[in-house]
Design a protein around this ligand. Sequence first.
Ligand code: HEC
Ligand SMILES: [Cu+2]
Length: 358
Amino acid sequence: MRRLRVAAIPAVFVFLASCASNAPQDTLKPDGPISRKIDHLFFPVLGVAGVVFVLVQGLIVVTIVKHRHRPGRPEPVQVHGNTKMEIGWTVVPALLLVGVAFPTIFTIFDIAKEPTKNVLPVDVYGHMWWWEYRYPTLGISTANELHIPVGSPIRLSLHTIEPGLPAAKGEDFATGVIHSFWVPKLAGKQDVVPGRTNKLTIRASEEGEYYGQCAEYCNLSHANMRLRVISQNQPKFDEWVAQQRKPIETPTGDAAAGFALFTGKKPFESKGQPCVGCHTMQGVEGASARVGPNLTHLQGRTTFAGATFELNADNLKRWLRDPSAMKPMRPEQGTGMPNLHLSATEINQLVAFLETLK
Ligand code: HEC
Ligand SMILES: [Cu+2]
């Protein structure tokens, strides 16, 4: 009994956790037409499964109680093989499964259909351990926080990038590890598989911020590979796009010193490699590397490093002091940002520069 009670405690907590009212990743509260279709399939199927569960378990309990052993009671009649019953419990479940299969298959094809009107294509790249988004029709790229216009279907092409190699190999995304792109309130999960391009349509019916995360274990910092989808009305989205297209403005003061460090014009005291070796900076010649996120409009994001940390000066300083202390990564194996052993002055100048990246 005691063991049972101890075992029940975690079960109670798990149950209570499912009652959270502010759960941002709740599949049962869909916020778009696609996730709603999945929801509309889930509840009837759950209903059918529930009825079957109660019937079967009920029969078992009734049988156990009714035919339990009692002193003096003879063994009950042993039945083996009853053609009518055998046919019954084969045909009824088969019919139930067919009944469930129809709406399931219909929904699968329905949500996989390529949208035709007002489509915005986005290429999604699953890096270890952050998301890169490239908008081929708009000529912009960003990381972790995906901006979308509300109402429009967004057609995502999902690719993976081999750890450490994207800068060297450009568009070669044939190798890498499996991730899974999942924004529970907007769509189902879709695996991001090396060597092929999977498609997923997401669509938000309201303006807002939606949380998601990588849903396929992808090694060390899988849990820190989160993402956000920010759905905006068309004017706000267009404004965001226009901002993303701009090159950086020439910085002054401390920020200018940080800019020089960033581009490698001024070498680090520690001889660390300059930031442009891994990060894109629009408006800086040759700074188009994709090992790390495009930093041109860093301050246009609210989070960084796989949407894990709030974007502010203190956190950025902490990041530059030792990235792996904040988010476990293995830069020596080509995944993640290395510790560049920067001095306090260098860090202050770099963060002053990063703060100008609107
Ligand atoms: C060897 C490659 C490499 C170098 C050099 C490098 N970084 Fe990074 N950086 C990365 C990678 C990879 C990430 C993504 C880490 C993650 O989120 O998993 C990253 C992430 C970042 C982020 C967070 C961006 C976001 O939106 O999530 C900032 C800010 C940043 N780096 C700044 C710098 C600065 C400043 C320098 C130069 C002092 C620098 N990096 C040098 C590889 C590098
Ligand atoms: Cu992943």
